[in-house]
Ligand binder design. Structure first.
Ligand code: FES
Length: 214
């Protein structure tokens, strides 16, 4: 297989083969330890002329992959702009670091942050002694849910409601501390946007509130 002009052996999925080459391809909903979810579409590549999600496309049988063609870059930028419309600049407001996966994707794709409108969501759960769930940066990728259910077999987290009402919830909509959550930290480790973050981090809203008072 040829990837961006380099000849390589196919291994597993296109994403695995691309990442093994050291290519920095976003994959916001794909956890290294879990099967693909296929929700975010940030891993799109051009494979034999078709635009496909690299995380769940088998590498076997593909002849040529382009990760930086103008066509696929334009599509990935459009997807990231849409994602930014959910995410919002809460990390700036909360003083958190720009070290999460989503920020790396914005920066590598030249997304004009924060020039795009975003949907304001104010849910903030500080009930766990160890972490915070801040709804604004959540992009509903599902990685926290998969980590809780498939890695830890706890099932404390789910995604409730649909469309613009969709949100990550603990239990049946209770605070994390009142759910089956054991504060194992798997969801925090899986989160690509810093929506779930440790309380000791600099992005923790003081006293359960963001600097803007919400
Ligand atoms: Fe492939 Fe999200 S990482 S669709």
């Amino acid at each position: 297989m040829i990837i961006d002009g380099r000849e390589v052996d196919a291994r597993g999925t296109l994403l695995e083969t691309v990442l093994a080459l050291g290519i920095d391809l976003p994959h916001l909903c794909k956890d290294d330890n879990l099967p693909p979810i296929g929700a975010c579409r940030t891993c799109l590549v051009e494979a034999d002329g078709r635009i496909v999600a690299a995380c769940h496309t088998p590498a076997d049988g593909i002849q040529e992959v382009r990760t930086t063609s103008e066509r696929v870059l334009e599509i990935r930028r459009a997807i990231l702009r849409l994602t930014a419309g959910m995410h919002g600049p809460v990390q700036d407001r909360a003083g958190g670091p720009r070290s999460s996966e989503i920020w790396a994707a914005y920066e590598s794709h030249g997304i004009d942050w924060p020039s795009h409108p975003w949907r304001v969501r104010t849910g903030l759960d500080t009930s766990s002694p160890f972490f915070v769930f801040d709804e604004q940066p959540c992009i509903l990728c599902g990685r926290c849910v998969a980590a809780c259910q498939q890695l830890q077999h706890i099932g404390a987290i789910g995604i409730a409601w649909t469309a613009t009402a969709a949100q990550v919830t603990a239990g049946t909509g209770v605070p994390f501390a009142a759910s089956a959550c054991t504060a194992c930290g798997s969801c925090v480790a899986a989160c690509p946007t810093y929506a779930l973050r440790p309380k000791l981090s600099t992005g923790t809203p003081a006293g359960g509130r963001r600097p803007d008072g919400t």
